[in-house]
Design a protein around this ligand. Structure first.
Ligand SMILES: Nc1ncnc2c1ncn2[C@@H]1O[C@H](COP(=O)(O)OP(=O)(O)OP(=O)(O)O)[C@@H](O)[C@H]1O
Length: 299
C-alpha cells in the first residue's frame, strides 16, 4: 500500500504539489492522471526518496522509502527509463541491481525473459537501446526484487502495441496477486482499461479520486444507429433526453438496456450500444483539469 498524506513540495515560491493525500491499495491498479506539470512526477519522486517534501509524508507499506532496509525488495520503481546508465549493457544494469539487492544472478535471466529482451539485446549498451527497450529494461529492474508495490511513471511510453498489451496483462496479473500498482499515464485509454482506482491532479492539487466506476458513473450510454436522428427522436418520445454528437453517436444518461429497448420498440437498428466510459474518462479528465490545461480545451 502507498499512503500519501498532506504532501506539499514547494520550489522557490512555487508550489508543485499542494497538500496532496491519497492511497494506492493492494490488489488494485491506481491510475495517476493530470496535465503536464500537474505534479505527478514530483509526487512519485517524493514516494521513492528522490525529492524531499516541504511538508507531509509518503509511505510504502507504512514506512518512508529512506527507512526501507532493502527498498528494491519492497517497491519496484520506474520513473525515467532514459536515466539508466547509458554506457552499461542491459545485463550489467540488471546484474548490478541484483547484487545490490542480494539476489542471485539467475534472476537477471528470468527478468530478461519476462520483458522479452533477447540475450543479444542484453549485451548491447543501453545508449543503443530504443525507447521501448529502455522501458522494458526499466520494468525488468523494477520487478527484479519481486516487490509488493510498483510505482511507474508513464510505463507504456515507447512500447509498441504488443508491448502495451503485454504491460497491461503484466500489471493486471500483478495486482490480482495482491500487488499495489501506481502508474501515471497520459494514455487515457490505457488507464481506462487497466485502472481500478483513479487519482486526478491539477496544478498540484487533487481534483478527484475514487474508483473508476464511481468517477465515470455519470458517463451514461453511447449508441449508434444508421438513423441517429430517429433514435434521438424515439428516446425523446420515451422521455429520455439525449444529445446527438457530431460523429453521429447518440448519448444519454439512461442505461444501455433501456436505450436498447426503446430502439427495438421503435424498429431502429443499432450498430453500437455501450457505456460511454471511454469518452467519459477523457471528458472527465478535461473538465476536471480545465483550469490547468494549457490549451484551454475544455474551457
Ligand atoms: N527541481 C525543480 N525545480 C523547480 N521546479 C520544479 C522542479 N521539479 C519540478 N518542478 C515543477 O513542478 C511542477 C510539477 O512538475 P512534475 O514533473 O511533477 O509534473 P508532471 O505532472 O509529472 O508533468 P508531466 O505530465 O509533464 O510529466 C512543474 O511546474 C515543474 O516545472
Amino acid at each position: 500500500m502507498i499512503t500519501v498524506d498532506s504532501l506539499t513540495r514547494r520550489y522557490a515560491g512555487f508550489t508543485a504539489v499542494d497538500n496532496v493525500s491519497f492511497t494506492a491499495q493492494p490488489g488494485r491498479v491506481t491510475g495517476f492522471l493530470g496535465p503536464n506539470g500537474a505534479g505527478k512526477s514530483t509526487t512519485m519522486r517524493v514516494m521513492v526518496g528522490l525529492t524531499v517534501p516541504s511538508s507531509g509524508t509518503a509511505t510504502i507499506n507504512g514506512a518512508r522509502f529512506a527507512d526501507l532496509p532493502n527498498p528494491g525488495l519492497e517497491v519496484g520503481v520506474l520513473l525515467d527509463a532514459s536515466a539508466q546508465h547509458a554506457g552499461r549493457t542491459g545485463r550489467e544494469i540488471l546484474g548490478v541491481a541484483a547484487d545490490t539487492m542480494g539476489l542471485p544472478r539467475t534472476r537477471v535471466d528470468e527478468m530478461l525473459e519476462l520483458v522479452s529482451l533477447t540475450q543479444t539485446e542484453a549485451k548491447r549498451r543501453v545508449r543503443n537501446y530504443s525507447l521501448g527497450m529502455r522501458q522494458r529494461l526499466g520494468i525488468a529492474t523494477a520487478l527484479l526484487g519481486d516487490p509488493r508495490v510498483l510505482i511507474l511513471d508513464e510505463p507504456a511510453n515507447g512500447l509498441d502495441p504488443a508491448g502495451i498489451r503485454w504491460m497491461r496483462d503484466l500489471l493486471r496479473g500483478y495486482a490480482n496477486q495482491g500487488g499495489t500498482v501506481l502508474l501515471s499515464s497520459h494514455l487515457l485509454h490505457e488507464i481506462e482499461v487497466i485502472a481500478d482506482d483513479l487519482v486526478v491532479i491539477g496544478n498540484g492539487r487533487i481534483v478527484a479520486s475514487g474508483t473508476k466506476e464511481e468517477l465515470l458513473a455519470a458517463a451514461g450510454t453511447l449508441a449508434r444507429s444508421t438513423s441517429p436522428r430517429d433514435l434521438a427522436h424515439a428516446l425523446e418520445q420515451a422521455g429520455i433526453p439525449s444529445t446527438l454528437a457530431g460523429d453521429g453517436s447518440v448519448r444519454t444518461d439512461a442505461d444501455p438496456a433501456r436505450v436498447g429497448a426503446v430502439a427495438l420498440a421503435a424498429g431502429i437498428p443499432l450498430t453500437e450500444l455501450r457505456s460511454a466510459e471511454g469518452a467519459g474518462l477523457e471528458d472527465m479528465f478535461l473538465s476536471l483539469t480545465a483550469d490547468t490545461q494549457r490549451e484551454g480545451v475544455a474551457a
